[in-house]
Ligand binder design. Structure first.
Ligand SMILES: [Ca+2]
Ligand SMILES: [Ca+2]
Length: 302
């Protein structure tokens, strides 16, 4: 009886919201409905079962909804239509999948991950990945790897499915992750006092955190994906409003997307994430989509 009530409530909520918004899909309704279905059929892929890794399907095709003629708002809307309906794996599963499947690499006979911000290979034992000494040169030895939300999770109150969407999650050592905090990404002007840095070139100056060059494109494509997917879902709560975190920064992100194109590792992780979530990050498949949408449309994202 309780399960039936939950599903009925989710369906009614979904109906009321879908009639109010034709273009922007709202996850509060969509996601509750999906979770209810998982709860009933015992599917372990639902977020009600954190920590359980769903079996991946293979070869998720590129979206057919993206025709070469699309640009501007029409392209933004088509990409939103494609990405919004992915499968959420749940945060417990995401934290396990990232180091063991999505970003897992073999180097010199060891399995591990290459961290963003630091760009060093950190060996892992299962999902536990620990720095040997101070490999990233930030002055803090034996740091551990954790999950960075490129779009800070405080901005959406740690809600699902945003929290566990692996297309915007990166593995980093905990210290640079903490120094970035929930600040917008920035550049640090030459000559400015640097408060914190890694050997790879990531640096903090006051409230400006600039990631190393090798991470810039990955971060840009993660944020562009997040903006397209979660537009209309109240993801700007907290200290930084839409202008502070997004509108004033998106021109820089478009530049980073051009400067640091997807490499083999980023393309591979897109495939692996798609095998779990059912949808790809289209900006990794085709980085030129970002400029085809155009700065003015990007700035309108709410
Ligand atoms: Ca360190
Ligand atoms: Ca890169």
């Amino acid at each position: 009886m309780k399960k039936y009530s939950l599903v009925l409530a989710a369906v009614l909520l979904s109906l009321s919201i879908s009639s109010a918004s034709a273009k922007r899909h709202n996850y509060n309704a969509q996601y509750q409905q999906q979770s209810g279905a998982d709860h009933n059929n015992g599917n372990n892929g639902g977020y009600n079962n954190p920590g359980i890794i769903p079996a991946p399907s293979v070869n998720v095709p590129r979206p057919e909804v993206i025709s070469p003629e699309l640009k501007g708002q029409a392209l933004f809307d088509a990409l939103h239509e494609y990405t919004f309906s992915h499968t959420a794996v749940g945060y417990g599963a995401a934290k396990t999948l990232l180091p063991t499947k999505v970003d897992a690499e073999e180097k010199d006979g060891k399995s591990g991950v290459t961290c963003h911000y630091s760009q060093v290979f950190i060996p892992c034992s299962g999902k536990d990945c620990v720095e040997r000494g101070d490999e990233n040169g930030d002055g803090k030895p034996n740091d551990f790897v954790n999950v960075e939300h490129t779009w800070p999770q405080s901005f959406f109150n740690k809600s699902e499915p945003m929290r566990s969407d692996m297309h915007h999650l990166l593995l980093t050592l905990s210290v640079p992750n903490g120094r970035r905090g929930h600040m917008p990404f920035s550049t640090v002007a030459p000559g400015n006092k640097v408060d914190y840095a890694t050997d790879s070139g990531s640096k903090l100056s006051g409230s400006n955190f600039e990631p190393c060059d090798a991470s810039k494109g990955n971060i840009a494509r993660a944020l562009l994906y997040f903006a397209v997917t979660y537009t209309g879902n109240s993801v700007h709560s907290g200290e930084f409003n839409s202008n502070g975190f997004w509108d004033s920064k998106v021109e820089m992100l478009l530049e980073w997307n051009r400067q640091d194109p997807p490499d083999a590792q980023e393309k591979r992780r897109n495939e692996v994430i798609a095998s779990y979530q059912g949808k790809r990050n289209p900006f990794i498949d085709d980085p030129s989509l970002a400029d085809k949408i155009g700065l003015e449309v990007w700035k309108k994202m709410q």
